[in-house]
Design a binder for this molecule. Structure first.
Ligand code: ZN
Length: 215
């Protein structure tokens, strides 16, 4: 092997960027789901491409929201379409570096999660919230949201904080889901053992590298 076989840092970066172009939804207990995401400091064409992929993955999985760390990106960013309909582009919203500044009321309703396939439970959320965030053109906006869209935003906001809806359940409600959660854990560890997924340490190192690229 000659020196030409050594990867230059630039080439390594390109590989990392290329790897980012094929996103996949990760399932519990992928460490990305427990990552406290960092603020995005750079909006560019690549980020817009990643966001488009997130919408595509969300629709393909019949979801209404998707957070960046659910596709292995450690950024404070999520997308929603409360109608879940790709034809209704006017319902799409992108939240970059969001903050929930007010929460009012409380309501219980059933939730699911694209990272917890087949698992559903009743979760208590605020009925009305005020959110401020940036859009993909870098403009800051503030929005008042109610009922289902407010629930979706609170669920996705939890994700970028490293929380899952199962963290909000009573011990009894969580207990009922334990066999299904254990199943997912067993499957995940088996795929790690087969080398189809990296080890937890490798996955965390990847998240740290992606963090450096954009935060
Ligand atoms: Zn979720």
């Amino acid at each position: 092997m000659g020196p030409g076989c050594v990867l230059s840092p630039l080439l390594f970066n390109l590989i990392a960027v290329t790897a980012m172009k094929t996103l996949q939804i990760v399932w519990h207990p992928h460490p990305a789901l427990r990552w406290k995401c960092r603020e995005v400091t750079r909006i560019d064409a690549e980020l817009r491409g990643l966001v488009q992929q997130m919408f595509d993955l969300m629709y393909a999985a019949r979801g209404v929201g998707l957070a960046a760390n659910q596709v292995g990106l450690p950024y404070r960013l999520f997308v929603i379409n409360p109608e879940g309909d790709p034809e209704q582009k006017d319902q799409e919203m992108v939240f970059l570096n969001p903050r929930i500044t007010r929460r009012k009321g409380s309501e219980e309703d059933e939730e699911g999660c694209l990272s917890l396939p087949e698992i559903h439970a009743s979760v208590t959320r605020a009925t009305q919230i005020v959110v401020d965030a940036f859009d993909l053109s870098g403009r800051q906006f503030e929005v008042v949201m109610e009922d289902f869209p407010a629930r979706v935003v609170q669920h996705e906001y939890d994700h970028i904080e490293g929380l899952m809806f199962t963290d909000r359940l009573s011990p009894a409600a969580l207990g009922k889901l334990t066999p299904m959660l254990t199943d997912l854990e067993v499957q995940f560890r088996a795929r790690q053992k087969e080398g189809l997924i990296g080890t937890d340490d490798e996955l965390k190192a990847e998240l740290q590298a992606l963090e450096k690229l954009r935060t």
